[in-house]
Design a protein around this ligand. Structure first.
Ligand code: FAD
Length: 437
């Protein structure tokens, strides 16, 4: 069978390895760090302690419409470790909770009952949102400018109320796309609402891994792939247009095909001969805040928090260990970690009164300044495709043209697209992409 070298052990590289390894290719993957998963990973909080708590760099969630990511998890035999929840909790400052969940009606009307009951939206907001959702169904295949205008421009064109924009569209989309409404191409907002909320009744269900992210791609999962060899702590220094890979230390490696699954800021340095344009890439940050309290402060499994800086709360251990997430977190970039923690505890107490009397035992802040590329208007056509100027060298990564924004699903899709391109180049085309719902 043909051989392939994969550079980068994030989700894009791992998905390429699983697809081609499963198709019988001899796969060698080089990952610079000592663990797999790239930006979707976990690590011990105190590496020197034997029983250190292991945390995710940031809570990662998926929706049931992420069919390729779920297929990838199934290939690794870890699909069952994703727990799905069919209820979204929206909380207002003061603690009032509204639930969004499907009812008995078929899609796209499945949310009608619970949507009408959302307490944080006025009747005018709800009517505006109803009109907006209808317009998404009608315009998604007819309008040609959705990649060029911002989601906020589109919402204003549809005369959405400020309550609908701030408490509904913004609340859902900033976390899903990791970008503000005025910096996000409308096409991405359409995609989220179409696939997650309108196309099928269960697609909105939110999946949360029941184990630390790193366990999903642990050694045991790769034992199923006899032909996949993974080399950790093996940074690739350079890749030539011939596909020849030079490892740190100087050793050269060559296979029939090479797939580069690197973030844009690394690709230019590692493979300058490919001339892949990366200057267009701007980044959007995500901040994850981990808080450990001495007692339970909530019973909710997760919730989205309205009108404040913190956007999501995930209950990681009986209400004592909470993980908070802020997407497009530019306002926190220059704030000290101590101030971020103080802000988080202050805001949290507005939603969960028990926080005021609980003792914060431990806290940890992770600011990922290059969390994802900014999915701004005009960016889509600049994303590179899997094929490159070099015959047997291919690209994958959440920033390449996967058809999805920078997400785990986008990264896996890009890996499958690159794997399909490799099989075509090898003269034995295979398909790995899953049909969308
Ligand atoms: C804080 C945060 C929260 C997020 N939350 C979500 C979420 O809830 N849901 C969701 O779907 N997505 C989320 N994302 C996005 C998701 O994590 C990414 O889109 C996805 O993991 C990107 O995968 P990738 O393989 O394209 O890139 P990466 O994960 O960046 O992988 C690239 C890999 O290449 C390796 N590498 C770099 N240089 C070299 C070299 N020279 N040689 C060898 N290896 C090298 C790196 O170490 C890395 O492992 C989040 C991202 C962040 C940062």
């Amino acid at each position: 069978m043909p051989s392939v070298i994969i550079v980068g052990g994030g989700l894009a590289g791992l998905a390429t390895a699983a697809a081609l390894g499963g198709a019988g290719f001899d796969v060698t993957l080089y990952e610079a760090r000592g663990f797999l998963g790239g930006r979707a990973t976990s690590f011990p909080l105190a590496p020197s302690e034997e029983d250190s708590v292991v945390i995710d760099n940031c809570q990662h969630v998926l929706l049931k419409c992420c069919v390729n990511l779920l297929d990838f998890y199934a290939r690794l035999g870890v699909r069952e470790r994703i727990q799905f929840s069919s209820e979204f909790h929206f909380i207002e400052p003061g603690g009032r909770v509204s639930l969004l969940r499907r009812g008995a009606l078929p899609a796209p009307l499945h949310f009608t009952g619970s949507f009408l009951g959302l307490k944080f939206l006025s009747l005018a907001d709800k009517l505006a949102i109803g009109r907006g959702l209808l317009a998404i169904s009608q315009e998604r295949q007819t309008r040609k400018d959705l990649d060029r205008i911002s989601m906020l421009d589109w919402l204003r064109e549809k005369r959405q109320t400020s309550g609908a924009i701030e408490r509904f569209w913004r609340q859902v989309l900033v976390s899903a796309i990791n970008e503000e409404l005025d910096r996000m191409a409308a096409a991405h907002g359409f995609q989220v609402f179409w696939f997650a909320f309108l196309a099928a009744a269960d697609s909105y269900q939110m999946g949360v891994p029941a184990v630390p992210l790193g366990e999903l791609y642990a050694d045991a999962a790769w034992r199923r792939f006899e032909r996949v060899a993974i080399h950790l702590r093996t940074p690739v220094e350079s890749v030539e247009a011939s596909g020849c890979v030079r490892l740190a230390g100087g050793a050269a490696r060559k296979a029939d095909f090479t797939v580069l699954c690197l973030p844009p800021e690394r690709l230019g340095a590692v493979a300058p001969e490919l001339n892949v344009e990366t200057a267009w890439v701007e980044y959007s940050p995500i901040t994850g805040i981990h808080l450990w309290f001495d007692r339970p402060v909530t019973e909710l499994p997760h919730a989205t928090l309205l009108d404040r800086t913190i956007q999501w709360m995930y209950n990681k251990n009986e209400g004592r260990y909470l993980q908070l997430v802020i997407s497009a977190s530019r306002s926190l970039t220059n704030m000290s970690k101590g101030d971020v923690i103080a802000l988080a505890v202050r805001e949290l107490a507005e939603f969960f009164p028990a926080v005021a009397s609980a003792k914060l035992e431990r806290a940890h802040v992770i600011k990922e300044l290059r969390a994802t590329f900014s999915a701004r208007p005009g960016a889509e056509e600049l994303r590179p495709r899997a094929v490159t100027s070099a015959e047997n060298v291919f690209l994958a990564g959440d920033w390449t043209r996967s058809g999805w924004p920078a997400t785990m699903e986008g990264a896996v899709r890009s890996g499958y697209i690159a794997a399909e391109a490799v099989t075509r180049a090898a003269g034995n085309p295979a398909s790995f992409l899953q049909p969308e719902a």
